[in-house]
Design a protein around this ligand. Structure first.
Ligand code: COA
Length: 159
């Protein structure tokens, strides 16, 4: 029998509060301490803010996630998207972003903003490939001498 490709074995579902620990662990593998989110941040997004979030599951193992949020009445925000290194470049990140963008669209947002470290070329290529364009630089966004680029994308045509 033909073995499943990695992305075919991975399913995407809505995140629940119990996913917060696994999300934090994935984030710890993706970012240095200065940039990684504290553990409580994940629970806050899922339970207090009740933000839309999705996890990528390989069986019962969490291998990636995305968290969205609201910036203002018309603009949604991607808080972060992380995929475990072993699962990258097989479409998992794209499926997570599809889920996040679709729910922001369903919730009536017409534009999406996100930030990324200016040297995070992998993520920048990923976002640009999805139609995000650079809107500016946020100096010191991640701390002293750690700047971010602000990217944005229209997701709904204005009527
Ligand atoms: C950015 C990230 C979420 C992408 O996830 P992924 O599952 O690898 O993404 P996909 O496989 O869906 O990639 C889709 C396309 O994006 C582009 N892309 C993704 N990662 C890339 C990289 N490292 N370098 C260049 N292009 C990249 C490619 O065009 C890719 O298509 P291809 O593989 O057919 O060439 C993942 O690299 C990640 O978790 N990085 C660490 C955490 C992070 O930086 N998150 C962003 C926070 S701002």
């Amino acid at each position: 029998m033909k073995a499943l490709k990695k992305d075919e074995a991975v399913s995407i579902r809505k995140a629940i509060a119990e996913d917060s620990e696994a999300m934090w662990k994935i984030d710890q593998t993706c970012f240095v301490q200065e940039i990684a989110f504290a553990k409580e941040v994940f629970l806050y997004h899922l339970t207090v803010k009740k933000n839309p979030a999705f996890v990528a599951m390989d069986d019962d193992k969490s291998v990636g996630f995305v968290i969205a949020d609201r910036h203002d009445l018309e603009t949604g925000l991607i808080i972060t998207i992380d995929v475990l290194a072993d699962y990258r470049r097989s479409g998992v990140g794209s499926r997570l972003m599809d889920a996040a963008e679709n729910i922001l669209k369903e919730n009536g947002f017409s534009f999406i903003l996100l930030q990324t470290p200016i040297d995070n070329w992998g993520a920048i290529n990923f976002y640009v490939g999805r139609g995000y364009r650079k809107l500016g630089m946020l100096e010191g966004y991640y701390g002293k001498n750690k700047d971010a680029f602000l990217y944005g994308k229209e997701i709904m045509e204005k009527s």
